[in-house]
Write a protein that binds this ligand. Structure first.
Ligand code: AHG
Ligand code: MN
Ligand code: MN
Length: 333
């Protein structure tokens, strides 16, 4: 029987391979792993304990009901705050950046941008959800950390990943040296290395887009969707980017969230949805661009909550999509 490698062992092993690393990132990653287990526990019992429902209402025991996305946000913030390695957090659930007080008066080196619960419309119906995170280094240690400190291009991100609370719970992450996937073994409560060195297929049989918005897409997008349909590609759309991109990562395919009339800049958030997922997909050999054909990882953010369009997935399919945009677009690209 082959030896099981836990997430902690894996992180430690990688740290030993890179003696120049200080170990601080490792401990932050381990803390994210712990937070993921706690969120997972709540996601799993969501149907049982009536944690669902409207935030602020009372459940049957008389406790205040807390929505799972708020719970996940609080748990992530509290674990990141105690880690001592994170100076500030940007979360989808908080308009302002959250400053983290120093632990033991030691300066922290990292910033974390996160979507604590991705796919929240799926929670109440027992369908997969996720958590997304991106870790940035503080660029200037002598400057006070502000929201501006987060306005770094994706190429500056030093680690990124996601947790998928699906039929099993997986943590997939990269530190810029390939992508590895860990599956939570509930019997021992550990994430175990199950998918080492993930490589996305060059092409796949799936496309993933909210086709319900077809008439609200630009003409080039509609042409591309028609083309996918002509090729008999299978449409899959879960409504949780984590789950949809996870499928692409393993089976190949393309995920798109273009601009619509309601969301002229796209709906998904650059810092804590598009960039981390792009880093993972690129590290697995895939591509990620916006509909202006810019590489997501090279976009300069101007706002911590800014939105972006995204086309992400198998390299050959993203390239093909790019050709469609060039051919049919009515805008300058
Ligand atoms: P969140 O639950 O964090 O707000 O994110 C949901 C996002 C994304 O995960 C998903 O792909 C997309 O919104 C679904 O949006 P539509 O319902 O507009 O397709
Ligand atoms: Mn989301
Ligand atoms: Mn969310």
């Amino acid at each position: 029987m082959s030896k099981i490698t836990t997430l902690d062992e894996f992180i430690l092993h990688n740290e030993n391979l890179h003696p120049e690393s200080t170990g601080k990132l490792s401990s932050l990653l381990r803390d994210i792993g712990v937070a993921a287990k706690i969120v997972n526990r709540e996601v799993n019992k969501a149907g049982l304990v009536n944690i669902l429902g409207i935030e602020g209402s009372e459940n049957f025991t008389g406790d205040m009901v807390q929505k799972l996305d708020i719970f996940a946000n609080e748990k992530m913030i509290s674990l990141l705050s105690n880690s001592g390695e994170c100076a500030a957090i940007v979360s989808e659930e908080n308009e302002e950046m959250i400053s983290v007080p120093k632990v033991k008066n030691i300066n922290a080196n990292y910033l974390v941008a996160m979507d604590p619960l991705d796919g929240s419309s799926n929670i109440d119906v027992n369908v997969s959800v996720g958590t997304i995170f991106g870790i940035y280094k503080i660029q200037d240690e002598n400057k006070e950390v502000t929201a501006e400190s987060f306005l770094q291009k994706g190429v500056e991100v030093i680690a990124a990943g996601y947790v998928l609370y699906g039929t099993s719970t997986m943590l997939v992450y990269t530190t810029g040296n390939g992508v590895n996937g860990f599956t939570l073994d509930p019997s021992i409560g550990e994430f175990c290395l199950s998918h080492p060195n993930i490589k996305i297929p060059d092409r796949g049989n799936y496309y993933s887009v909210n086709q319900g918005y077809y008439l609200k897409f630009d003409v080039e997008m509609r042409r591309y969707i028609d083309y996918c349909s002509d090729l008999n590609l299978r449409l899959r759309y879960i409504g949780s980017m984590v789950s949809d991109v996870h499928r692409m990562l393993f089976q190949g395919g393309i995920f798109l969230y273009p601009n619509t009339r309601k969301y002229p800049q796209g709906k998904l958030r650059l810092l804590y949805e598009c960039v981390p997922m792009s880093m993972v997909v690129e590290q697995a050999g895939g591509h990620a661009i916006n509909t202006k054909l810019e590489r997501i990882m090279e976009v300069q953010p101007v706002n911590i909550h800014q939105r972006s369009t995204i086309v992400i997935g198998s390299p050959a399919m993203v390239k093909e999509m790019q050709e469609f945009i060039k051919k049919y677009t009515q805008h300058e690209v």
